[in-house]
Design a protein around this ligand. Structure first.
Ligand code: 13P
Ligand code: SF4
Length: 305
């Protein structure tokens, strides 16, 4: 059954001159059929570099596909399920952002890429979890406004010795806040020789107990380090699939087996096939928002090239 769908997807991909991009949290079968799998930053960079392609099928959540649509206005950007929202992306409103900006004149605004396009249009620069400290370091200011992830805002302030004004106070990812310090204590008992890595969307208490703090792309690189034989992985469980596939001789243990992003898992092979065949769901961003958001995304991409 899967073999037929896989063949159909390969055929349709050729017919439509399409490329499939997938986030590290996507289901195993989607990662396996994708042309490129990466973290949020790697996917933005890839979208900015694809040439001679008419269609990008984005297997991830809406803000990622929206970002690709902003970067690639000349290409059709499709998401196989348009209900694939990131809850965190909706946690800051335009009004809250505008209020923070008016109360802090001259203070630059850094928006986590996990945000809506209209919020991005209010930002000076975008960041991902892979480059938040680099982005904040590049600012010509000791203070910055940060939205919407509280934990990443605190982490980038610590790493850069700058002051973050974080909006909203409680912006978070429900998957990463599910991970608790007790999970690390338990993992240390069960796997005394393992190293432990957590995502910067985790609470500071977890960061302090872990051996490493990395974005999902950073975790992929860390797993290849010859020193790493056994790794406890504090992020969404989809990443563990990739780590195992790429390092079959090593052991990867999810910090919690229920760290599961429901909307990332809405994408299936059937929906991917239908998306290519029916060219749905097309992701578009209005010109006035896209042109402003593009400036802040390009500032980030220029730092990463
Ligand atoms: P990465 O930037 O590490 O890929 O993380 C994206 C994300 O949604 C984390 O929950
Ligand atoms: Fe959003 Fe969290 Fe899912 Fe990442 S894991 S897409 S931050 S809800």
């Amino acid at each position: 059954m899967n073999n037929n769908i896989i063949e159909e997807i390969q055929e349709l991909k050729k017919d439509k001159n399409a490329i499939i991009l997938a986030h590290n949290y996507q289901p195993k079968e989607i990662q396996e059929i994708a042309d490129f799998v990466g973290d949020s930053l790697e996917l933005c960079l890839k979208a900015s570099q694809v040439d001679n392609i008419d269609m990008i099928v984005f297997c991830g959540v809406n803000f990622m596909a929206e970002t690709a649509a902003i970067i690639c206005p000349d290409k059709k950007v499709i998401i196989p399920d348009n209900r694939a929202n990131c809850q965190m992306a909706d946690m800051v409103s335009l009004d809250e952002l505008k209020k923070a900006k008016s109360e802090n004149p001259g203070v630059p605004t850094v928006l986590y890429v996990n945000s809506r396009a209209d919020s991005k249009s209010e930002a000076d620069i975008i960041c991902t979890s892979a480059n938040a400290d680099k982005v904040v370091s590049s600012l010509d200011s000791d203070k910055f406004i940060f939205a919407p992830d509280h934990n990443l805002g605190v982490y980038s302030a610590e790493k850069t010795n700058k002051e973050a004004m974080i909006v909203p106070e409680d912006g978070h990812c429900y998957v990463h806040t599910m991970l608790q310090p007790e999970d690390i204590i338990k993992a240390r008992e069960e796997y005394p020789d393992a190293k432990i890595v957590v995502h910067p969307e985790c609470d500071k208490k977890l960061r302090e107990l872990a051996d490493y703090v990395e974005s999902t792309g950073g975790m992929v690189r860390l797993a290849k380090d010859p020193e790493i034989k056994q790794l406890v992985v504090g992020t969404e469980i989809g990443l563990v699939t990739r780590l195992k596939r790429e390092n079959p001789d090593k052991e990867f243990i999810p910090l919690r087996k229920d760290a599961f992003c429901l909307t990332m898992k809405l994408i299936t092979l059937e929906k991917l096939r239908d998306a290519l065949r029916d060219e749905k769901f097309i992701v578009t961003v209005g010109d006035s928002i896209a042109s402003k958001a593009r400036v802040s995304i390009d500032r980030m991409l220029n730092l990463s090239k």
